[in-house]
Design a protein around this ligand. Structure first.
Ligand SMILES: [Zn+2]
Length: 247
């Protein structure tokens, strides 16, 4: 499998849940509000023997030319957004779901950013997010998921095309899900925001921003041990230095 991190840059985020760009080596973390977290925003493209996958969709910010950042990052890697076949969503917090749709400023209408892809979203996560519209969920970005032909609303755990396994973990958000992609003898693991950074895998800590921080901690520990035994390739959505980790 070919794994392509689609980094959108580093940001700080605090209680207000605003993502403020942060230039590493230039900006000073001490100047940001107390309690600010420094995170990368990093969707992934994976080219498997069967698909071009996108995992989570970034903030949905556009560049000066009005091009969605995730589109530009794909194009920079020689992938047309039209060629993406599946979009896998861990959960719908705005830093993951911003690129699900894009508003056409001329037509004043929203379209799926990956028109030829099937989107896989947990049904309960979608219902929860639409109901709980708040600073973490920006419903306009994903309302279209509700009844669209190209959307599969998953329920519980299951398999996609016999090689992608999804499992509902909750823990970070009530219906957060994670993915294992097994292809050509390799296993790629995406733990979403339950396992967002390499450093978190190695230390026991409970984060305040999680729905169930203790469960997140326990899952991280379990995956770290199992991944080592089974030679998983870990993808870290919020890691600034190590997007992809292989033992
Ligand atoms: Zn989240």
């Amino acid at each position: 499998m070919k794994i392509i991190p689609l980094g959108e840059g580093a940001f700080t985020v605090d209680k207000t849940k605003q993502f403020v760009p942060f230039k590493v080596g230039q900006d000073d973390l001490q100047q940001r509000p107390v309690g600010s977290l420094l995170v990368e925003i990093q969707p992934f493209a994976i080219i498997t023997s069967k698909d071009i996958l996108v995992i989570d969709t970034g903030l949905g910010f556009t560049n000066e030319d009005g091009v969605l950042q995730i589109h530009q990052n794909l194009l920079n890697n020689g992938i047309s957004p039209l060629d993406v076949t599946k979009v896998l969503m861990s959960h719908l917090h705005k830093d993951h779901s911003g690129g699900i749709t894009k508003k056409d400023t001329v037509l004043q209408q929203r379209f799926f950013s990956f028109p030829n892809a099937t989107y896989y979203v947990n049904k309960d996560e979608l219902a929860f997010a639409l109901d709980k519209a708040n600073t973490s969920y920006k419903t306009e970005d994903f309302e279209m998921l509700r009844n669209a032909e190209q959307v599969v609303l998953t329920e519980g755990d299951g398999m996609i095309d016999d090689y992608i396994r999804y499992e509902v973990t909750g823990a970070h958000s009530p219906f957060h899900q994670v993915f294992w992609i097994k292809d050509e003898g390799e296993t790629v693991f995406f733990g979403g925001d339950v396992a967002p950074q390499l450093q978190q895998m190695k230390s026991r800590f409970i984060a305040k921003y999680d729905f169930d921080g203790k469960k997140c901690m326990e899952l991280r520990q379990q995956w770290w041990e199992q991944g080592q035994k089974e030679n998983w390739i870990f993808l870290f959505y919020h890691d600034i230095k190590t997007p992809v980790f292989h033992f």
